[in-house]
Design a protein around this ligand. Structure first.
Ligand code: SF4
Ligand code: SF4
Ligand code: FES
Length: 225
């Protein structure tokens, strides 16, 4: 651990504070950022024990002494910088994060429609910025490195409700019907509390669990409801 002192002023957020420290006090300090607007998910770190986004955290909301740590679970790059990209790429491959269909693509065909409600529900879950805060706060993810985490289960839910995806109950059971997936979740909802984008993780974890119970009785049916 290393200590720095900085004078606070109105509007100072952790993102600006870290940049000032790097410019004025320690050019070797490592941390990540891209957008400065809560969109890219790069600046997630543990802020006084709680995962959050540095660019969305005002210093005035924190006590005078602020302790920052890198997110656990992900591979440490250095100081506050971690490699979330590799974790999310592996999760996406494992979840089969694309539309699974045996329909041939016909560029001349009229677009297939889905209801506005379905489209809005999918967009809601697509708002995940892959910051990793939910994974870092998760007891199971901290104990089991193969756990898909709330971000992974949310991704599965996103495809379950997509009418274009033809996967049935047994297809999803193979991916999340184990302790690395839906059954490893302890349901204490730290993920839901911490998500900086307020994704409805609690309802999506429940959706995936219900879908797995349904799949046990009717494995060949599409599981969305
Ligand atoms: S509810 Fe499940 S996914 Fe969310 S933090 Fe707890 S164990 Fe992890
Ligand atoms: S679900 Fe929320 S906390 Fe988890 S990675 Fe996505 S945006 Fe971050
Ligand atoms: S810098 Fe992009 S979310 Fe903070």
């Amino acid at each position: 651990m290393q200590e720095y002192q900085l004078e606070e002023y109105p509007g100072l957020n952790l993102y600006i504070a870290l940049n000032k420290i790097r410019e004025e006090q320690d050019s070797s300090l490592q941390f990540d950022f891209v957008c400065r607007a809560g969109i890219c998910g790069s600046c997630a770190m543990v802020i006084n024990g709680r995962p959050g986004l540095a660019c969305k955290t005002l210093v005035s909301t924190l006590p005078k002494t602020i302790t920052l740590n890198p997110l656990p679970v992900f591979k440490l790059v250095g100081d506050l910088s971690v490699d979330t990209g590799t974790w999310f790429r592996e999760m996406a491959q494992r979840a089969g994060s694309w539309i699974h269909t045996d329909k041939e693509f016909d560029p001349e065909a009229v677009e297939e429609r889905m209801s506005n409600e379905q489209a809005l529900e999918i967009y809601e879950l697509e708002r995940c910025i892959e910051c990793g805060c939910c994974v870092a706060s998760c007891g199971t993810a901290n104990m089991r490195e193969d756990f898909m985490g709330a971000a992974g289960l949310n991704r599965i839910a996103r495809f379950m409700i997509d009418p274009r995806d033809q996967r049935d109950g047994s297809d999803y059971f193979e991916v999340v019907g184990s302790d690395d997936g839906a059954f490893g979740c302890m349901g204490l909802m730290a993920c839901d509390d911490i998500c900086p984008k307020d994704l409805p993780l609690q309802s999506q974890l429940a959706r995936v669990r219900r879908a797995m119970a349904k799949a046990a009785f009717a494995p060949k049916k599409k599981v969305a409801f």
